[in-house]
Design a protein around this ligand. Sequence first.
Ligand code: ADP
Length: 161
Amino acid sequence: MKRIAVCPGSFDPITYGHIDIIERASRIFDVVYVSVLKNSAKEGLFTPQERVELINEVTKGLPNVEVRIFNGLLIDFCEEVEAQAIVRGLRAVSDFEYEMQLTSMNRKLNSTIETIYMMTNNNYSFISSSMVKEVAKYGGKIEDVVPPQVESALRGKFNPQ
Ligand code: ADP
């Protein structure tokens, strides 16, 4: 049986913090689906398609990683791809409460799909997509927190030529 995991998120845009979790998951599971939540209530900076393209570029060295857009319930997506696990990252205590709710709800919907948490790499614990966008917006240095492709996509959004 193939071990399949889903790494869900907004990825608006993908950062080194996300990549670290995806890479570590790809060493444990046979297939990792990075699934981009298409959430109509939350308008992002990048369209879901743009996010998928950036994730594809920065994970092309990981052959067992597949990128998908999902609409609706995460558990339905997990069932569709026959995943046994959801992998999420934890940065700080402040993440805990929301993650606890998410896990409990997903367990209620399908108790056979396990949610696994990976502690952030200390070097990336302070990175969030929203902080990266804020810094990029005002022209701050972001090369240490996102790959070059993401950096230039951000520059393109805030400083269109
Ligand atoms: P969401 O909107 O669902 O929280 P995100 O795109 O912000 O989506 O994050 C997706 C996943 O990546 C979450 O599990 C989040 O905790 C994790 N993550 C984000 N940034 C980091 C980081 N710097 N270190 C570890 N995990 C992270």
